[in-house]
Design a protein around this ligand. Sequence first.
Ligand code: 5GP
Length: 192
Amino acid sequence: MKLLKEKILKEGLVLNNDVLKVDSFINHQIDTALIRALAKEIAANFKADRILTIETSGLPIAFAVAEEMGNLPLTFAKKSESAITGTHTYITEVNSFTRCISSVVTVDKKYIQEGERVLIVDDFLAAGNASLGLVDLCKQAGAKVAGVAVAIEKGFQGGRKKLEGLGITVFSGANIKAFVDNKPVFQDEKLF
Ligand code: 5GP
């Protein structure tokens, strides 16, 4: 998505050739026009009955996608301090890429239904842990994963491979194949 790539090049900040900070348009301040344009592209690529994301940064994008796909129900998985959550929740564990901690992640059983096609939406795809956790929650519910859609993919960190290995379709608005001298290089560009 041209607009998103331009925004990344203009305002993104790369830390240690590893993490991309996009606080000015996704992770702190939100560029609502850009997110709406991204949501349109995502909506055109998938059919789903529900949107599933994980708090917090996936929410604005997931909200826009849910609206764009005809006001689909939107569920966000919650990060919980405790693994003791009762029998009314699906539970999984997710390692955070940026914070290097593991969180227990839960969804109330009411908010993913058996047989639903669930589209997983997030801000980033890196190693795939967040998405795989959400896939696990869908599996526990007996729901089908319609796909994984993210704003920004860091293609060199392996997430897509793991998801595609499970037969899951992956969409990203911008796919970064490498950081070179702390500058993003996109999938369709030459490295040097
Ligand atoms: P994964 O679970 O695929 O390894 O990483 C995806 C999750 O980690 C996303 O939910 C996102 O919040 C966070 N994340 C991973 N890489 C980055 C990054 O480069 N920048 C930011 N801002 N978040 C990231």
